[in-house]
Design a binder for this molecule. Structure first.
Ligand code: GRF
Length: 203
């Protein structure tokens, strides 16, 4: 299954995908990694794995639409079956999300529908939650609102900090994202009428 991965930062989720595909646990061909930030460490991870990289700086474009259009053109050169957002910190236009409907996944560090948006770990602690986690979902035009594929949760301890919680959640991300991608690559995961299905059944 050919994929393109979009990142903005460290790329530890990208690394988990690379590692699992090298181990033979995940049958994907990562055609390219694209970052909107040239300094993203994930680009180095990709180069180290001999994967094509691109930095496409959103600040060079005069509008969100123009950036998304250039990004789409770049992605489509690789004709990926799946687009994987792995810490890609840009809000996407409807044109973009519609173009990749049913073939674009995101990972969000909260138990959706709770805590869409940013600073999810701190917000969960501040709200006195005892549980937090991470969700993989199909991407739709509404931010962090697409149909959920898989979630994993972690307990929030009494002395939890945003950093310690982020660490816990990250280690869960590295399990559930490759698993979701594996389901997609095997043709088991689909989006129908806005709902994620596994083997044809609602998740
Ligand atoms: C993760 O916390 C992910 O849930 C969020 O962005 C972060 C990316 O981390 N969408 P990394 O760059 O994969 O290490």
């Amino acid at each position: 299954c050919s994929v393109v991965v979009l990142i903005s930062g460290s790329g530890s989720n990208l690394q988990a995908l690379i590692d699992q595909s090298l181990q033979g646990d995940l049958d994907i061909d990562i055609k390219a990694v694209i970052s909107n930030k040239a300094s993203a460490y994930g680009l180095e991870r990709a180069s180290n794995a001999d994967i094509a990289t691109h930095a496409l700086d959103h600040k060079q474009f005069e509008s969100r639409e123009a950036f998304d259009q250039a990004l789409m053109t770049l992605i489509d050169q690789y004709q990926p079956k799946l687009v994987i957002l792995a810490g890609f910190m840009r809000i996407l236009t409807e044109n973009f999300t519609r173009h990749y409907e049913g073939r674009m996944l995101n990972i969000h560090p909260s138990l959706l529908p709770k805590y869409k948006g940013l600073n999810t770990h701190q917000r969960a602690i501040d709200a006195g939650e005892t549980e937090h986690g991470v969700s993989v979902h199909f991407v739709t035009s509404e931010l962090d609102a697409g149909s959920v594929v898989l979630q994993a949760s972690a307990e929030i301890s009494s002395d939890e900090t945003a950093d310690s919680l982020a660490k816990k959640v990250h280690s869960l991300e590295h399990i559930i994202y490759p698993l979701s991608v594996k389901w997609f690559s095997l043709g088991r995961l689909t989006l129908q009428e806005g709902k994620a299905l596994l083997d044809g059944k609602p998740l």
